[in-house]
Design a protein around this ligand. Structure first.
Ligand SMILES: Cc1ncc(COP(=O)(O)O)c(C=O)c1O
Length: 388
């Protein structure tokens, strides 16, 4: 549609068409025909926002001091809390004034970051399977998105990027635990990434919204590595750990120049998130760690229910170690979009077709663990039957 739109800019026309709209139409059609659809196609947490955070917002809404525009100084307390949280967790002290910035979600931060640090014609390296918004954000910024092939371990093979692309590349965007593959990265991986980035003078962007969604091992933060602060920026979100997706809150930490450029790019666009929502964020970062862990256990139970149902039905899936997703390679070169449409129509299960995540996603589908365990198990059995 966009491609025929007289008023759309070249950059908007260059944005990939969304297969998720196709899925949305298929779901609506199935529902209109009276079918109940188990929707596992969208990765939005369905758990409740902690009551304390809602109470914080209620009281903030009654406080006139929160009603006005919120310039940088009004984000100060939130950024101090973000820096303290990071220091408690990773032992590195950051300056909330110059090395932190408040975001209206990690997605907003990433899109503006690309505009802030690269010029049209330059390139951004993105793993060939990635969160869809990275591709759209690259197009919007007039950048060439260079897909980086994944290895067997689902981590990017940086050495496979052609030299000619590297010459124009300005930054590398990564995300672990990963959406959609559930891949996790350790510090040894990040050491290699930083060495590569230094060799090619790249800014490393780590989009880290699943930092708490870990079932085995622990999520890491590359910012703590030696030299990382010279060329790394990390984006954090309240959407997954605290189920606050609709409230739109996140923050960036890292290299002061990249933060300053991002702040400058955001200035003509927004006045920061509503102060009452920032107060929710402060309260969230102060919650005892076991509150977040309790919810992570819920997702672990869901993961187990889905994996076990599919394994019992003869589908060879392995247990994701982290994130809210199961990434399944379809057998016999099946087409992911056709399979996902047929799953809605014949199995009453909505999944995300892999190609929506980039060129490497063809032939895969993603399950989001956003239903109770018994519903996920039922969905798993139905999909297994359809694969049969
Ligand atoms: C990798 C990744 N980045 C960013 C986001 C969006 O985060 P936010 O709600 O903070 O914009 C998501 C949401 O699913 C995601 O999976």
């Amino acid at each position: 549609m966009t491609h025929e739109n007289h008023w759309a800019s070249k950059r908007v026309r260059a944005m990939p068409e969304s297969v998720f709209l196709l899925m949305d139409r298929a779901k609506s059609a199935a529902r209109a025909a009276g079918k109940r659809v188990i929707d596992l196609s969208i990765g939005a947490s369905d758990l409740p926002v902690p009551g304390e955070l809602i109470a914080e917002l209620e009281s903030a809404a009654r406080d006139p001091a929160t009603w006005g525009y919120c310039l940088k100084s009004c984000t100060g307390r939130f950024l101090e809390e973000a820096a303290s949280w990071y220091e408690r967790r990773f032992g590195l002290a950051l300056d909330p004034e110059s090395q932190a910035l408040s975001l209206i979600g990690s997605q907003e931060g990433l899109a503006h970051l690309l505009l802030a640090v690269a010029d049209p014609g330059e390139a951004v390296l993105i793993p060939e399977v990635a969160y869809p918004s990275y591709w759209g954000a690259a197009a919007l910024a007039g950048l060439e998105a260079v897909p980086v092939p994944l290895g067997e371990d689902l981590l990017p093979r940086l050495e496979a990027v052609p030299a000619e692309k590297l010459q124009r590349a300005r930054l590398l965007v990564l995300n672990y635990p990963n959406n959609p593959t559930a891949a996790v990265a350790d510090y040894a991986f990040w050491e290699r990434v930083l060495a590569f980035a230094e060799r090619h003078d790249l800014l490393v962007v780590h989009d880290n919204p699943y930092i708490d969604m870990v079932y085995e091992g622990e999520a890491v933060s590359p910012l703590v590595l030696e030299g990382a602060l010279e060329r790394t920026i990390e984006l954090f979100s309240f959407s997954k750990s605290f189920h606050m997706g609709g409230f739109r809150l996140g923050f960036a930490l890292g290299n002061a120049e990249a933060i300053a450029a991002l702040e400058a790019a955001k200035a003509p666009v927004d006045f920061n998130q509503y102060l009452g929502i920032q107060r929710m964020g402060i309260a969230a970062l102060r919650l005892p760690a076991d509150r977040v862990l309790r919810d992570v256990q819920v997702f672990r139970g869901r993961r187990d229910a889905l994996v076990e149902a599919m394994q019992s039905a003869g589908v060879p899936v392995s247990r994701p170690k982290a994130s809210m997703y199961l990434w399944l390679k379809l057998p016999n070169g099946m087409d992911d979009v056709k399979f996902a449409l047929s799953a809605v129509e014949h199995a009453g299960v909505a999944l995300a077709p892999g190609r929506g995540f980039g060129p490497g996603g063809k032939g895969y589908v993603r399950f989001a663990l956003v239903q109770p365990p018994e519903v996920l198990a039922e969905a798993g059995r139905r999909i297994a039957q359809l694969l049969d």
